[in-house]
Design a protein. Structure first.
Length: 125
């Protein structure tokens, strides 16, 4: 019985250790209470700033869907800010119109996960 308890405890610890991120960004937010992180590089100021908002159909969760899409948008050259709200199923992206356009933003979102899960609609700028 003691061996079973120790095995379950070790398995639980391993699961928690693997599933929890302990990177600098999370650590910085916990310690300072800010969203700024040591791992993020500062974004360049957009020469021709534009903001687009749109609805995203097909999201089923905050972490696996909304955060993933937000991360993909933030990685695009020309994006200065991207927020995906799972509750309202909307995204708001501030970008440099000299480097990007709404079609590229739409294609990026719809291309996540092989292009079969998400659809963009009601694009507004």
């Amino acid at each position: 019985m003691k061996i079973i308890k120790q095995t379950l405890l070790a398995a639980t610890f391993a699961l928690v250790a693997v599933s929890c991120k302990n990177d600098k960004a999370t650590l910085t937010e916990k310690v300072t209470g800010t969203e700024a992180t040591a791992t993020e590089s500062p974004k360049a100021i957009a020469a021709n700033p534009q903001t687009a908002s749109f609805e995203i159909e097909g999201m089923t969760c905050q972490i696996g869907c909304a955060s993933l899409i937000e991360g993909k948008l933030k990685k695009l050259d020309g994006v200065t800010e991207a927020k995906v709200d799972f509750e309202t199923k909307t995204a708001t992206v501030t970008y440099d119109a000299d480097k990007l356009n709404q079609e590229k933003l739409t294609n990026t979102v719809e291309g996540v996960a092989g292009g079969e899960l998400y659809r963009v609609s009601k694009v507004k700028s």
